[in-house]
Ligand binder design. Structure first.
Ligand code: KIV
Length: 285
């Protein structure tokens, strides 16, 4: 029997960093996938507002609500009791004020059983991070390509290419760390910039999404890693297994076998004893 998995904790994450073991992090939005990720030993799970695109079929993350997030995060918690679970704060649930940020972060903890929250933005969001951390909730910052600001950023593209833009990201990372963020996610920034921020971080754990190897760990969007999102596959994502192809093949098989009446077969249904059936016919006469 394999050893049952221990619950990941904040000290556990710092221990991995100290031991130079990369932290593994995936997005997840539903119970069965959460169960598989927990069994596979994934350290952290992000219930991302990317669920607006991957699960709900919107063209952006902006329409996602707190209620959407809580429903999915609670399902993931039921499937993954051991991974460090992060709730992603959706658009306009923390930008308006520190108070809105604390209140909505608290909902992730109280209603969905999350271990931490993540929000997008740099120095301008430092007071939201501080408020959340002061309320006793571990907080993660998100810099680089921040999908809630995709319109202002000019599209889903590499951030921090020029020295001036890179300097702003370095300054933002420092502001988030000073505000108490225990972790900072760098999405789609050059690998050297990610390395520099990782080397300069004092207490914050730095995670990479499409930002190279030199961070304390990696995040991937589950639907990209398993070819489950039909609209596009970003360059930064590696397909670890083509689950989409397996499912499509199975669906074609189902349609074919039902059409040809080869499914269901005898082993897929239940019979009834002759005497019970005869009795039924008599009752109906
Ligand atoms: O919503 C999400 O999955 C995210 C990732 C893109 C980091 O924020």
């Amino acid at each position: 029997m394999p050893e049952p998995r221990k619950k990941m904790t904040l000290p556990g994450l710092y221990q991995k960093v100290a031991a130079q073991q990369p932290i593994t992090w995936l997005t997840c939005y539903d119970y069965p996938t959460a169960y598989m990720q927990d069994q596979a030993g994934v350290d952290m799970i992000l219930v991302g507002d990317s669920l607006g695109m991957t699960m709900l079929g919107y063209d952006s993350t902006l329409p996602v609500t707190m209620d959407d997030m809580i429903r999915h995060a609670a399902a993931v918690r039921r499937g993954a009791p051991n991974a460090w679970l992060v709730g992603d704060m959706p658009y306009m649930t923390y930008q308006p004020s520190v108070e809105s940020a604390i209140r909505n972060a608290g909902r992730f903890m109280a209603e969905a059983g999350c271990d931490a929250i993540k929000l997008e933005g740099g120095a301008a969001m430092a007071d939201r991070i501080k408020g959340i951390v002061d309320a006793g909730i571990p907080a993660i910052g998100h810099l680089g390509l921040t999908p809630q600001s995709v319109s202002a950023l000019g599209g889903f593209k590499l951030q921090g290419k020029s020295a001036a833009m890179a300097k702003k990201i370095v300054d933002d990372a420092k502001a988030l760390e000073d505000a108490g963020a225990f972790m900072i996610l760098l999405e789609l920034v050059p690998d050297r910039l990610c390395q520099l921020i990782t080397e300069r971080a004092k207490n914050a754990i730095i995670m990479s999404l499409g930002s190279g190897l030199h961070a304390h760990g990696q995040l991937l969007i589950y639907h990209d890693a398993f070819a489950l999102y039909p609209k596009f596959k970003p360059k930064m994502a590696k397909v670890f297994a083509d689950a989409g192809a397996v499912i499509r093949e199975g669906l074609n098989g189902y349609v074919k076998e039902v059409t040809e009446k080869t499914f269901p077969a005898k082993e897929n249904w239940f019979g009834m004893a002759d005497e019970e059936y005869d009795e039924l016919l008599k009752m109906l006469d």
